[in-house]
Ligand binder design. Sequence first.
Ligand SMILES: [Zn+2]
Length: 64
Amino acid sequence: MALIEYRKKKGDQIWHFCQNCPDYPKEDYDSWCGGTRPPGGKICEECILLEEEDEKDCNPNYCY
Ligand SMILES: [Zn+2]
């Protein structure tokens, strides 16, 4: 199963997993890899919407 990288801006509580999310952190972030949602914090609603519409729109960063 592919693991997805979740990113959370330091000091923030919201995890992002779509690289196309306008708020996807590109620097100064915490990273977490997993096949499920990360423990604690919240998941970005924009990322969830992108994933529901089309995984290509979400474009998650896979961990290997
Ligand atoms: Zn997001």
